[in-house]
Design a binder for this molecule. Structure first.
Ligand SMILES: Cc1cc2nc3c(=O)[nH]c(=O)nc-3n(C[C@H](O)[C@H](O)[C@H](O)COP(=O)(O)OP(=O)(O)OC[C@H]3O[C@@H](n4cnc5c(N)ncnc54)[C@H](O)[C@@H]3O)c2cc1C
Length: 423
């Protein structure tokens, strides 16, 4: 079978890799000059089953209204984005009932746990370096109420899929001595020892190279313009220059997935949710040891500080502002503020080295669960809508997709991720 995968971000590359490992002929096409130029480029670098909960928690609409126009809001809704969000927004709010939120969290968690287990096999199969760290993540709390709520939330998750260690202040400081300067502001932390971290761009590039070595044909600078279907099944992907015949087509174009699918009569509620990162790399002659050995997560700001080799990345916050990747000084300022608040003794030094700012668009499905599986004419598949969890879910999503393309019964319940749930 010849499968054309469209989009070389984390999800498209993982899909192409697993399809090829199963022995299929695979062509991966990407409109940019290489892999990982979209949302997968400079993200938070974490694999976090611990953050499997969708961002539409019960009561989210109240928060969104409260935060409108506030540059320091964790989730900022720009009024100009409202018309394009109308249908998506209603579904987003509808999915925030306590029952649906809980259900959707468990769907993500099952896929996340499967995905992280798959990463261990992948590391054995493809031993490339992506600055992987397997020491977990630490969620930090400055208020007793938020800490208790965090504990309660972790307690509602399936204990067989997630391990959480509640830490009091001295235990937090034992784990991360660099937090001593802000000890007075810490009430506790939650350590998730099974979370992982690393450089998602490096990972995507190297997995793409591994896929090519295994025989995946790569076409960069190649934009898919349309999908040709006839007789009820897909025929080919049309690009500006050519028509690539295919037995199956996988749309893995992140937040752009609805555009290609619309041409085949498939409507998917996936919207772009903007986030930012700054990556600080100390000067070569700066011999100060890296302050963090594991990522520190600020749940309230949807942001984290992640050590990546000699660099430290501060990433996160969410903004509904359409397909706009311009850098906004105030939103980047929130990340600098987080760095100063968590590591006050290191912030000035880190910000005086090389600092790279970036913004990317998370492909967020309306219920916060990715869309993986067949849709529209026979042979058409989607693997998109992974929101804030694209790397966490990438390996498992690639394998689930490969199962569905092959018609093999997957280990996970495919209906949980089926695009048809929005029909
Ligand atoms: C600030 C920030 C922090 C994040 N932190 C984390 C984190 O710590 N952990 C985590 O798990 N997730 C995180 N995420 C989410 C994660 O990065 C995304 O979910 C993931 O990158 C989505 O991958 P993707 O392959 O679906 O999309 P993308 O990486 O955007 O890839 C889609 C690709 O499709 C290509 N494309 C689009 N249209 C076409 C076309 N017509 N023809 C050909 N190619 C096309 C694009 O050029 C792009 O390369 C974060 C996201 C952001 C923005």
């Amino acid at each position: 079978m010849h499968v054309v995968v469209v989009g070389a971000g984390l999800i498209g590359v993982a899909s192409a890799y697993h399809l090829r490992v199963r022995g299929h002929e695979v062509t991966l096409i990407e409109r940019a000059g290489g892999p990982a130029t979209g949302a997968s480029h400079a993200n938070g670098g974490m694999l976090t089953p611990s953050m499997a909960d969708p961002w539409n928690a019960p009561g989210v609409w109240r928060d969104l209204l409260r935060w409108i126009g506030r540059a320091d809001a964790p989730m900022l809704l720009r009024p100009r984005a409202l018309p394009a969000l109308a249908g998506w927004g209603l579904r987003f709010i509808r999915a925030s009932s306590p029952a649906r939120y809980h259900d959707n969290t468990l769907r993500n968690l099952r896929l996340a746990a499967d995905s992280v287990a798959g990463m261990a096999r992948l590391r054995a199969q493809e031993p490339f370096d992506y600055l992987a760290d397997l020491g977990g993540t630490l969620k930090l709390y400055g208020e007793a109420r938020a800490f208790e709520a965090g504990l309660r939330k972790a307690g509602t998750l399936a204990p067989e899929l997630i391990t959480v260690r509640p830490l009091d202040r001295p235990q937090v400081l034992d784990l991360v001595p660099a937090l001593a300067d802000v000890a007075h502001r810490i009430v506790g932390g939650l350590h998730f020892p099974k979370d992982e971290s690393g450089d998602a761009r490096l990972f995507t590039e190297r997995l793409c190279a591994a896929a090519e070595r295994r025989g995946v044909r790569l076409r960069f600078g190649c934009e898919a313009r349309a999908i040709d279907a006839g007789g009820g099944r897909v025929q080919a992907v049309r690009t500006a220059r050519e028509r690539i015949p295919a037995d199956a087509i996988v749309v893995a174009t992140g937040c752009h997935a609805p555009f290609l699918l619309r041409g085949c009569g498939v409507k998917l509620p996936i919207a772009p949710v903007k986030g930012y990162s700054i990556t600080c790399t100390p000067a070569a002659d700066d011999a100060t040891p890296a302050p963090l050995a594991l990522p520190i997560v600020d749940d309230a700001l949807h942001a984290a500080l992640t050590p990546l080799g000699a660099s430290l990345r501060i990433a996160g916050t969410a903004e509904f502002t359409g397909f706009d990747t311009r850098l906004d000084a105030a939103r980047l300022g929130n990340l600098r503020g987080l760095l100063s608040a968590v590591l006050p003794a290191h912030a000035a030094r880190l910000l005086s080295g090389s600092v790279t700012s970036w913004a990317g668009l998370r492909p967020m499905s309306a219920d916060g669960v990715p869309c993986i599986g067949p849709c529209g004419p026979r042979g058409l598949f989607v693997n998109a809508g992974h929101g804030h969890l694209g790397w966490t879910l990438a390996d498992g999503s690639g394998r689930l997709l490969a199962d569905l393309v092959e018609g093999v019964r997957p280990a996970l319940e495919p209906r949980d991720y089926a695009p048809q749930r929005f029909a």
